[in-house]
Design a protein around this ligand. Structure first.
Ligand code: C5P
Length: 240
């Protein structure tokens, strides 16, 4: 098994950026588990699945997840080590679709089903084996508690909701993704903040809440830290 760094934390805590840069510095493979939940959500949308209270719907979705080939390709890094990860479903690049507002709204709902989580778990394990690289960085909500409970290093990243909303807002505006496709209106900072608070709430209060700090995870509050500082802090933990 690969040397594994598990990074968990709430929505927009900076996990993906940090995890990807860390992987680049260490020469490890990077896997973003949120993307797999986003793929599951895209599959539900593509297949017109709406009524998730209906057991058949969840069953059908699980079949779709297991039957779809998901690939993640992280581009070779530039000097800074920040690399873009592209996600493919059956060979089709769905990376930008996965980040859209429709999926942001629906993903926590889809991710709350134990059956969906089990199917994603299978994908997580599959993907983690798919490279010769010696180490793995995976980020998500339950990586240190469930997916890799025996990870060598576990980090729990936190940041104030307003900080996280600002980061996501900046990300969306710089990528030109700040327009709601359904209403054609500009997305505001307040909307993003509301969305994050709502998603935190959903991720924390549902029955099988995935967001838990593993007892042996190291907490890092990133509110007042730069990305570089966070990456360096974790790198030192890995190397110590
Ligand atoms: O990290 P990201 O914002 O892409 O995750 C999207 C959603 O997927 C989260 O809000 C959460 O509901 C779900 N998720 C999860 N367990 C993970 C990763 C993501 O439930 N390990």
């Amino acid at each position: 098994r690969k040397f594994t760094v598990a990074i968990d934390g709430p929505a927009a805590s900076g996990k993906s950026t940090v995890a990807s840069m860390l992987a680049s510095r260490l020469g490890f493979m990077y896997l973003d588990s949120g993307s797999i939940y986003r793929c599951a959500t895209l599959l539900a949308i593509q297949n017109n699945m709406k009524d998730f209270e209906e057991a058949k719907t969840v069953e059908k979705l699980v079949e779709k997840i297991l039957g779809t080939k998901i690939d993640m390709v992280t581009e070779k890094g530039d000097g800074e080590g920040l690399r873009r990860t592209r996600v493919f479903m059956d060979g089709v690049d769905v990376s930008s679709e996965l980040r859209g507002n429709e999926i942001n709204k629906l993903v926590s709902l889809v991710a709350k089903f134990g059956e969906v989580r089990d199917a994603v778990f299978v994908k997580q394990r599959e993907l983690s084996k798919g490279s010769e690289v010696g180490g793995l960085v995976m980020d998500g909500r339950d990586i240190g508690t469930r997916v890799f409970p025996d990870a060598e290093v576990k980090i729990f990243m936190e940041a104030k909701a307003t900080c996280r909303a600002l980061r996501r807002y900046n990300e969306m505006t710089t990528k030109g993704m700040d327009v709601d496709k359904t209403t054609n209106k500009q997305i505001t900072f307040d909307q993003i903040l509301d969305e994050i608070i709502r998603r935190d709430h959903q991720d924390q209060t549902r029955k099988h809440s995935p967001l838990k700090k593993a007892s042996d995870a190291i907490p890092i509050d990133t509110s007042d830290m730069s990305i570089q500082q966070v990456v360096t802090t974790i790198e030192q933990i890995v190397k110590s």
